[in-house]
Design a protein around this ligand. Structure first.
Ligand SMILES: Nc1ncnc2c1ncn2[C@@H]1O[C@H](COP(=O)(O)OP(=O)(O)OP(=O)(O)O)[C@@H](O)[C@H]1O
Ligand SMILES: [Mg+2]
Length: 385
């Protein structure tokens, strides 16, 4: 009989080719790492990994952003390249533009460089700024052309009508001015953002205002999806870091501005080769519907049982045995489940080639650098005296 083996029976290493077939790895796939315990490169079929969306989930510090960087490297090096757009709340991916090997393929837009047209927002003002229906009607009448927030403010000031209505609209206009993101034209244009083989980093680290970040994400996600549907831009991958902030479970629509369009892309993007990669350290707070649309999950270390349970609810193959293993994964080790593989597989994420962000530094590294700078200053001072 084949099983169980008898003592003394020879132990054979499985043939790498058989392992590749077993898990569904392919020669020309995206090289994200190595099969754990075997000398087999984990190369994932592009379509299977991304077309039906990818979720990367793990505790803070487990290696999500590192893995995303490896994925980006792979995408930028292919012959047929999608456009890659990263929503980067912490400005971590800016490091690609500082690496000589990637700078030519990377463009960064800081939130300070981004301008959005005001009028589309005014159409949603009733919901966003809690206007009454009659206040919204007044606003609609006042707005007859593209406006800046200050022009809008002036219009409202000149309007002769009920003081209460006027005050509400003035309050809204002042809020819009303070956001400091509106202009007469959208900037940059979507064609600049979505280019074949280009990494576009939308660096949102310049603001702490989540409403503003959501405005930007809603804007770009909508533009990307409609331009893609019209065939104006190449197939793209939109990476959303801190996805639970943009696609939270529950919460009101005005507190999750971008959720609707991201759900739409999750539902319909496949048909148009518009893919999402959601990255989150708080899976439990991530919308369940969108999570279940992510047909591949890459899970690094997670210890919170509620988070694991939440993922297990939307993905198949996470047995209690696997749940235990997830809690014990070291940094950079990951479980891949779903569409991209024939069966769940543990991998070790490969070393990245691109320069690592200084923002990914550990506290110890930062302390060392601080110490070094201090020493340098003392030496400089001594040299001076
Ligand atoms: N595969 C890996 N090989 C080597 N080092 C890694 C690997 N993955 C992560 N690291 C290191 O671990 C640290 C944390 O990684 P990373 O920034 O990717 O975590 P994260 O999951 O994105 O955390 P957060 O949720 O806080 O954003 C980094 O300093 C990184 O260098
Ligand atoms: Mg990260």
């Amino acid at each position: 009989s084949l099983f169980p083996p008898s003592p003394g029976e020879p132990v054979l290493e499985p043939d790498p080719e058989i392992l590749q077939k077993l898990f569904g790895f392919v020669q020309d796939g995206l090289w994200l790492g190595q099969l754990l315990h075997h000398p087999v490169e984990a190369r994932f079929n592009l379509t299977r990994l991304l077309q039906k969306h990818l979720a990367i989930l793990a505790l803070s510090g487990a290696g999500k952003s590192y893995l995303v960087s490896v994925l980006i490297e792979e995408l930028l090096e292919r012959r047929l390249k999608p456009a890659v757009i990263v929503i980067d709340p912490h400005g971590e991916y800016v490091s690609f533009s500082q690496d000589p090997n990637y700078a030519g393929k990377t463009r960064v837009w800081r939130i300070e460089d981004i301008k959005l047209k005001l009028n589309p927002i005014l159409k949603k003002a009733e919901m966003l700024f809690d206007l009454t229906p009659s206040q919204a009607r007044v606003l609609e009448k006042l707005v007859q052309k593209e406006l800046t927030p200050s022009e809008l403010l002036q219009l409202i000031e000149e309007w002769e009508g009920r003081q209460e209505t006027k005050d509400a609209l003035l309050g809204m206009a002042e809020r819009l001015i303070r956001l400091g993101i509106f202009g007469l034209r959208d900037q940059p244009e979507i064609r600049e953002i979505a280019r074949e083989g280009q990494l576009s980093v939308i660096d949102l680290s310049g603001t702490i205002d989540w409403f503003k970040k959501q405005l930007v994400v809603e804007h770009f996600a909508s533009k990307l999806f409609s331009a893609r549907r019209e065939g104006l831009i190449p197939p793209f991958l939109l990476v959303i870091e801190e996805a639970h902030q943009f696609v939270p479970e529950g919460t009101k629509r005005k507190e999750a501005l971008a959720k609707g369009i991201l759900q739409t892309i999750a539902r319909e993007g496949r048909k148009f080769s518009a893919s999402l990669c959601l990255v989150s350290q708080r899976p439990k707070r991530l919308d369940t519907t969108i999570l279940s649309q992510c047909n591949t999950n890459i899970i690094l270390r997670i210890t919170n049982p509620y988070d694991i349970k939440h993922i297990a609810e939307s993905a198949e193959g996470i047995t209690s045995d696997v749940q235990e293993q997830i809690a014990g994964l070291p940094v950079g080790h990951a479980l891949v489940i779903g569409e991209a593989v024939n069966q769940p597989v543990f991998i070790k994420v490969r070393k990245r080639k691109s320069r690592e962000s200084e923002k990914g530094r550990t506290l110890e590294e930062s302390l060392r650098e601080w110490e070094e700078r201090k020493r340098q200053k003392v030496e400089d001072a001594k040299a001076f005296m």
